[in-house]
Write a protein that binds this ligand. Structure first.
Ligand SMILES: [Zn+2]
Length: 408
């Protein structure tokens, strides 16, 4: 790979929330070599004129499930993993086409999927993965029907969770994911909307199990992400050292000081509830899941308002699965009710990079960073909606210095 120069660019700095006009971005191999006015390169450099358009870092979605490929998640858990991987590949391709160059997989995706992208067999964003989600028996990752006794603990079953009970088992579960290269560990701190036998308002795992999970993850220099809805579940997780709270729809103000004390991140995923609600209205969801959905959907915006007012680090996440991925950019539109555009952009770039522990690598247009770049027709700092029409407004998509789309 040679040198690529994007000239005549208005470079977006997410941290400052500003555009710098008349810049050139020099890409050497997979990384950004230089950013500044009027830079030149060797004669054989590939030069593209951005025409004064916005050049910004590729987007980050920190809550995804590309490997949850069907609405009937229990049926899909019985499918061959090779078939699931093929369908996951299609989902990943769509994400990159929407401008997402990095995703965090928080359940279902694994080292094989990440490697398939890294080695170029699948086209998609780079994947930070945690493997299976840790669940207690009867917890949100236990997808057995209540009448079923046996759980297929084959790791390559496409089920989303691994069931572990008691301190020795949770330690082993974390160590297994560490052995497979996990970038983080995902744990169910409460019930979920899409699980067959638990309650959204429950807490899951004992405090000693949670402390053991965090201790094992910390030993491997990775962190724990926790799925939770109510403050009762969120606060237990934060006090045990969980670093990001996923969903949090039913959070109350008691969680805010704990987020601050522990430096934790908040990852709302509001678009998935809106999309599921549309399916529910069409009668596409089982009655018990539709009822759980009702319970969490109303709280979502209120939780976001509270977190935003408190200045918590808020990260972009969507939690879409199956055929819902085309809504991935709508989370921006929903959150725009509460957050200004610059905050929304940070949530999907620089703040997400902090959560993923990839500061300086992604979420920034600066020398030394990975060359993940978007050329956008329009200024998302003025109107975030320009990001939601990628077919029209994304003129160039580059990941790791490689161009995946070029309409310049
Ligand atoms: Zn999720």
């Amino acid at each position: 790979m040679g040198i690529t120069i994007l000239r005549n660019a208005s470079v977006l700095d997410p941290e400052r929330g500003e555009l710098a006009e008349g810049q050139s971005v020099v890409v050497d191999g997979g990384r950004i070599a230089d950013v500044g006015p009027g830079l030149a390169g060797p004669d054989d450099a590939a030069v593209f004129d951005a025409g004064g358009r916005t050049v910004m870092p590729g987007l980050i979605d920190a809550h995804t499930h590309p490997a949850v490929v069907d609405m009937d998640v229990f049926a899909a858990a019985e499918w061959p993993p090779s078939y699931v991987a093929a369908r996951a590949g299609r989902a990943l391709e769509g994400m990159l086409a929407r401008g997402f160059t990095t995703i965090r997989d928080v359940g279902g995706g694994d080292f094989g999927l990440a490697k398939a992208v890294e080695d170029g067999y699948f086209t998609g964003p780079r994947i930070r993965f945690g493997g299976k989600q840790l669940s207690q028996t009867g917890g949100a990752g236990d997808w057995r029907a209540p009448s079923r006794r046996v759980y297929d603990d084959n790791y390559y079953s496409p089920a989303i969770g691994v069931i572990c009970d008691g301190v020795p088992e949770v330690r082993r579960a974390v160590r297994e994911e560490v052995r497979r290269g996990a970038h983080h560990i995902k744990v169910y701190l409460s019930g979920a909307v899409d699980s067959p036998s638990d309650r959204v308002d429950s807490t899951q795992f004992s405090l000693e199990e949670l402390r053991a999970i965090v201790e094992e993850a910390t030993a491997a220099n990775i962190y724990v992400a926790g799925h939770a809805y109510t403050s009762r579940a969120i606060n237990r997780g934060l006090e045990c050292g969980v670093r990001s709270i996923e969903h949090g729809n039913l959070m109350d103000s008691s969680s805010i000081p704990l987020f601050k004390e522990y430096g934790a991140f908040y990852v709302p995923t509001i678009v998935t509830y809106h999309t599921l609600a549309a399916k529910s209205r069409d009668g596409q969801l089982p009655a018990d899941i539709a009822a759980k959905l009702e319970e969490v959907i109303d709280g979502a915006i209120g939780a976001l308002e509270m977190a935003h007012a408190a200045g918590l680090p808020i990260v972009y996440g969507t939690d879409l699965f199956a055929d819902m991925h085309d809504q991935q950019l709508q989370e921006f539109v929903i959150r725009a009710e509460v957050q200004p555009p610059a905050d929304l952009i940070r949530s999907a770039t620089s703040t997400a990079a902090r959560l993923l522990r990839l500061v300086g690598e992604v979420g920034v247009v600066a020398p030394g960073a990975l060359a993940d770049l978007l050329v956008v027709d329009g200024n998302p700092l003025d109107d975030i909606r320009v990001l939601t029409t990628p077919d029209r407004s994304l003129k160039l998509i580059m990941k790791d210095g490689q161009i995946y789309k070029n309409d310049l």
